[in-house]
Design a protein around this ligand. Structure first.
Ligand code: ZN
Length: 653
């Protein structure tokens, strides 16, 4: 629970906030597992240049040029131009290229063309990323000025505007110059018609489509083909990882991936994903390769990404403890005995921790991943879905340091309770919700599971949340070692009501109502409690600001228990009218005045809309004989140093 001095937040610039994540539990893995993670992590970093080139064909050269200016610039580094240049480079690093990582529009340099010209002229000739036919700085400047400065030249990485030629107008490098959308669509339509229709391969996924001598051809990304030098280095690390595989299945997965990288054969890729989906026994898992297709306007070509994860034992242990005691929780719940389950089994959720993020998952990353993407493989063999616990945790920590708490929590005493307990509580409440809440209770015989219709999902989320809230204050959790003491639940109660009554409104635009089921559920529970238990919780005003004030914590538990019993009755009996009344009365409407006040207070905190992560490093510890005796995680590498190191050590193209 103690976080020590770990810094979750790092640099903030433009619309970006950099965070760090902690590789929790790495030290408890076996040396063999650490080796496996080490080599897979190296493999995950080696595809970086592939992604940069996929995003735009000028990216790698521009990166080299900008980095050289950054390290070699001999002029005044305090000028506005140079400072703007640094911000621009940091944004380019973050976006893996010159287009915004999320919006895909070209990033606008804040420095002048004159500064750029003069900076390039100052660079030693042998360090300039000249293309064929260029003889020096002037021709390079000529070529790159429109690419960097003219918003009309390569303006969007992925253009989705209807009615335009999506390929000619997109700057991504999946299609060679001059290829039209129609040509590409015809090309892949005929491939699909000729191929297996029941179990189609991922046509076009791992190649660039080009026109050579007037004929369309694919440059396949494989060993000996396009991106071959990068892929060969990835293969080497995968080969180095193989002896450390946790079991034969996992070894076969890595072996098949190597075969795919060697051949580029998409049937081999399907075989690989099937092996991967079925590999569920080990603790370590990974993704490495051409994966998501959001970067291609036609949705065929996959950007390169890599990451490595391992099971979060602590989270898994917590979930198991709850699951083993599922029957006790069911038997003691405040709902009518007719609605309880006689035999109750908990569900185990798979929570993992990320060890490294690479390619299209770096620095901006997803926090949950569900693969593979092939429809027929998913239908016939299933898929793997994980929540990346340490990234979620880092986001939570960052949110807490953001000033939100200080702005919205009522007093120092409550702040103290939150600081002490809220981490332990958040995770546990989520587990109670997922592992027990959703699985508890029964429908009475003959009740249609869909009888609550559009209110069903809000009621279901409320049921799971209330189950968790009710038990958070139970001595049983302290007894099971899941909470430190009988005070801890107060942190959960306060933060839950604060979110449900006030702070979740920051995610809603002015004039809108609450739409999303989880948000509706939180509003429903909080406002129902506010209306029915004024002796336990109320809203107070202080200098024009609204705060949540809790007057009586034990009575709140009573409130949650009472509402849980009612919500379970609604669900068990399929009482549509009661569900509608509850949700409509408490879950949807937004008080305009209160909303405006909350948004105003939030805006003043000036939080960055986009976040991404700086990776940790892995350091090998050797004995006198040079043998590796342990592997350690090192944190704290500055953002620019990490980017420069990656460009140097994982430079492949
Ligand atoms: Zn849920």
């Amino acid at each position: 629970m103690t976080e020590g001095a770990f810094q979750y937040t790092d640099e903030r610039f433009a619309d970006l906030q950099l965070l760090r994540y902690k590789v929790t539990g790495f030290e408890h893995l076996s040396l063999k597992q650490k080796f496996l993670i080490y080599h897979l992590s190296e493999a995950a970093l080696l595809g970086r240049d592939i992604l940069w080139d996929q995003n735009c064909r000028f990216n790698l050269r521009i990166r080299q040029l900008l980095e050289t200016i950054y390290t070699d610039y001999a002029g005044d580094r305090q000028t506005a131009d140079f400072r703007e240049f640094v911000v621009y480079l940091k944004r380019v690093w973050f976006s893996n290229g010159i287009h915004h990582h999320y919006g895909s529009q070209k990033l606008r340099p804040g420095f002048s063309k004159e500064f750029f010209r003069q900076a390039v002229r100052g660079i030693a000739l042998e360090k300039l990323p000249l293309s064929e036919g260029q003889d020096g700085a002037e021709s390079l400047i000529e070529e790159l000025i429109p690419i960097l400065f003219d918003p009309k030249v390569m303006g969007k990485r992925v253009n989705q505007a209807e009615g335009e030629d999506l390929i000619l107008t997109s700057a991504c490098n999946y299609y060679g110059p001059g290829i039209t959308q129609k040509e590409a669509e015809d090309f892949y339509r005929s491939q699909k018609e000729l191929g297996n229709k029941k179990r189609p391969i991922m046509h076009g996924m791992n190649s660039q489509l080009v026109k050579e001598n007037g004929k369309l051809q694919e440059h396949t990304w494989r060993s000996g083909g396009m991106y071959g030098p990068a892929i060969d280095r990835i293969i080497k690390e995968l080969q180095a990882a193989m002896p450390y595989a946790e079991n034969d299945r996992q070894q076969a997965v890595i072996g098949k991936l190597i075969e795919f990288y060697q051949t580029g054969d998409l049937k081999t890729f399907d075989q690989y994903t099937i092996l991967w989906v079925n590999d569920t026994e080990g603790e370590v898992d990974f993704t490495n390769g051409f994966t998501e297709v959001y970067g291609d306007p036609l949705g065929l070509k996959a950007s390169w990404e890599g990451y490595v994860n391992f099971t979060d034992r602590e989270a898994t242990h917590r979930a198991q403890t709850l699951s083993e005691n599922a029957q006790w929780f069911e038997d003691h719940s405040p709902v009518d005995a007719r609605f309880r389950k006689e035999v109750c089994k908990g569900v185990s959720a798979r929570v993992v921790n990320a060890a490294i993020l690479g390619g299209d998952l770096y620095p901006s990353s997803a926090i949950g991943i569900n693969l593979p993407n092939s429809d027929w493989v998913r239908a016939e063999h299933g898929s793997k879905s994980v929540t990346i616990g340490n990234l979620t945790h880092a986001y939570d920590q960052a949110a807490k340091g953001s000033g939100m708490r200080k702005e919205f929590v009522i007093d120092a005493q409550t702040l103290g309770i939150l600081d002490r307990y809220v981490d332990a509580c958040d995770d546990l409440h989520t587990d109670l919700h997922e592992c027990l809440g959703h699985g508890s209770g029964i429908l009475l015989p003959g009740v249609d599971p869909d009888s609550l219709k559009s209110y069903g999902s809000t009621i279901e989320e409320a049921r799971a949340d209330l189950f968790g809230l009710y038990y958070m204050a139970d001595e049983k959790l302290v007894e099971l070692g899941l909470l430190p003491d009988g005070e801890a639940y107060k942190a959960q109660y306060y933060s839950y009501l604060l979110n449900g009554l006030l702070t979740q409104l920051v995610r809603i635009e002015p004039g809108h109502q609450i739409e999303e089921a989880h948000m509706r559920n939180r509003a429903l529970i909080s406002r129902w409690t506010l209306a029915h238990y004024p002796q336990a919780v109320r809203l107070t005003e202080h200098q024009g600001k609204t705060y949540v004030e809790i007057l009586d914590y034990p009575t709140l538990r009573l409130a949650f228990g009472t509402l849980l019993a009612e919500v379970q009755r609604i669900k068990s009996e399929g009482d549509y009218t009661a569900a509608r009344t509850l949700v409509e009365d408490y879950g949807i409407k937004v008080d305009e005045k209160l909303h405006a006040q909350i948004l105003e207070r939030y805006k003043k905190l000036d939080l960055a809309p986009y976040k991404g992560f700086i990776n940790p490093r892995y350091k090998l510890e050797r004995n006198a004989a040079g043998e590796v005796t342990d592997i350690h995680v090192i944190y704290g590498e500055p953002y620019d140093q990490q980017m420069l190191r990656y460009s140097r050590d994982y430079h492949t193209l």
